[in-house]
Design a protein around this ligand. Structure first.
Ligand code: UD1
Ligand code: CA
Length: 459
């Protein structure tokens, strides 16, 4: 059977009070729309139609970024209801030749593939298989009305419901699989005589009831239609808890799941340890045996096996295997620490390579620099890379000893095995094996303290 999904993503999300379209709001490392589309991936659909409206370019762009799906977008110029949105997709020809149509809202980030596969399996022989669930607090959702034999009759939106209907706890999740032919007929008959004056998709259930509507029970967490920011935060917590439990099952130690934040695209290897206050974002990867945290934020950063990263903020950095970072280190884009290298306390590194086994232990700025292997950079060294107009390169060789408080005025090269004297301002290249020292000779003024005391006593 030819199968397609329609994702409803045209609405603004009034209850969000946001300039950003609701489905674009990020939660646990992806937009809501991307979570929904990711859930569709395992279903082996012939086509995915995303109905766009508000901020349609951004919505379409995000939809295109989810791999493994054939996505087409259809524009709903005016948001005249969920039924209207599906009708627009049908009338645009986006569902031609399709026999089974799955409809999912773009604001349900907690949905997973398995319950949707169940819906597909339940539909044949019926006009519609819909997913419903009983909630302790059904406020805000459409209620499922059944007859006294248990047959589904229709769905009533809360704002159109009688007090008796509002007491019903079984709600519509807004996920359905329809027989395409019947859906077309019923959508064309939709009316707008409801509280919002919209074409409700829920209103196709009643005319379909004669030819069969089955309700499939959803796992509670899949309902999660997110309509406001409070529900967004709750969905985020649930998604994070799910991702962390997958990590723990795969052999990652998460010391405190309540304070560990991990994005959907992050990867963590077995025997890695995530300490409290760890935030992994974007495409961050942590290899096996690495220890991250406490209180560390890594964005698009790679941490090699066995590395230790503590009290650190890093963006687009590459931390090699066995490397040590922190405490209180700032790694900016293209900071690259090779195997067993170190960036220590109050060290900032940007667009630089710190070679294998080289160390920058304290209070330093390393920018636009290449440091070879086995070198040591003394405390408070600065690569002076910026002349007020452009950035210049510092190149330091292997086994170099840079003395504390050295200013390396770039562009500059320090050869292998060279030294610089502490407190030097280095403006000329240092040849291999040489010592460069730049400071005035020290003077000793004998008896100074006693003479000064005598002067003070006289006045
Ligand atoms: C909908 C259901 C309700 C169900 C609930 C579950 C209807 C009428 N109601 O209500 O029964 O319990 O979901 O979460 O279907 N959208 C469009 N175009 C439109 C209108 C909406 O694309 O013209 C999109 C929205 O962007 C959103 C989705 O459809 O992603 C659902 O719309 P929303 O307004 O959130 O519906 P609910 O009031 O939550
Ligand atoms: Ca909703």
């Amino acid at each position: 059977m030819t199968r397609a999904a329609v994702v409803l993503a045209a609405g603004k999300g009034t209850r969000f009070k946001s300039d950003l379209a609701k489905v674009l709001h990020p939660v646990a490392g992806r937009s809501m729309l991307q979570w929904v589309l990711s859930a569709l991936r395992p279903l082996d659909l012939d086509r995915v139609v995303v109905v766009v409206g508000h901020q349609r370019e951004q919505v379409a762009q995000q939809a295109g970024e989810v791999g493994g799906l054939t996505v087409v977008t259809v524009e709903q110029h005016e948001q005249r209801g969920t039924g209207h949105a599906v009708r627009v997709a049908l009338e645009a020809g986006a569902l031609d030749g399709v026999e089974q149509i799955l409809v999912v809202p773009g604001d349900a980030p907690l949905i997973a593939g398995a319950p949707l596969a169940e819906l597909f399996a339940a539909q044949p022989g019926n006009a519609c298989a819909m997913m419903s669930t009983a909630l302790d607090d059904p406020t805000g959702y459409g209620r499922v009305i059944r007859d006294n034999t248990g047959q589904v009759l229709r769905v009533v939106e809360e704002r159109d419901a009688t007090p008796e209907q509002r007491a019903i706890r079984e709600v519509n999740t807004s996920m359905y699989v329809f027989a395409a032919a019947e859906l077309g007929t019923c959508l064309r008959g939709l009316r707008t005589d409801n509280d919002q004056g919209e074409e409700y998709l829920t209103d196709v259930v009643e005319p379909m009831a004669a030819s069969g509507v089955v309700a499939v029970a959803a796992p509670q967490r899949s309902v999660g239609g997110v309509n406001d920011r409070e529900q967004l935060a709750r969905a985020g917590a649930e998604l994070r808890a799910m991702m962390l439990s997958v990590l723990m099952r795969d052999g990652v130690t998460v010391v405190d799941p309540a304070t560990t934040y991990i994005g959907a695209e992050c990867v963590v290897g077995p025997d890695a340890v995530l300490l409290p206050g760890t935030h992994l974002e974007g495409t961050t990867t942590v290899d096996s045996g690495a220890v991250v945290g406490p209180n560390t934020r890594l964005v698009d950063t790679t941490v090699g096996a066995g590395a230790q990263v503590t009290y650190t903020v890093a963006t687009s950095a590459l931390i090699g295997p066995g490397a040590q970072v922190g405490p209180f280190t700032y790694l900016r884009p293209d900071a690259q620490l090779e195997r067993d290298a170190k960036a220590g306390t109050f060290v900032e590194v940007k667009q630089s390579v710190i070679g294998a086994g080289s160390k920058v232990p304290h209070l330093s700025y390393i920018g636009n620099a290449t440091i070879g292997e086995g070198s040591n950079i003394g405390a408070a060294t600065v690569t002076v890379n910026y002349d007020g107009r452009s950035k210049h390169q510092t190149t330091i060789g292997d086994r170099v000893r840079i003395g504390s408080d050295t200013m390396l005025i770039a562009p500059i090269k320090v050869g292998d095995d060279a030294y610089t004297g502490a407190g030097s301002v280095i403006t000329q290249d240092v040849p291999a094996g040489a010592l460069a020292i730049e400071r005035t000779e020290q003077r000793i003024i004998e008896g100074y303290a006693a003479r000064r005391q005598a002067r003070d006593d006289a006045t």
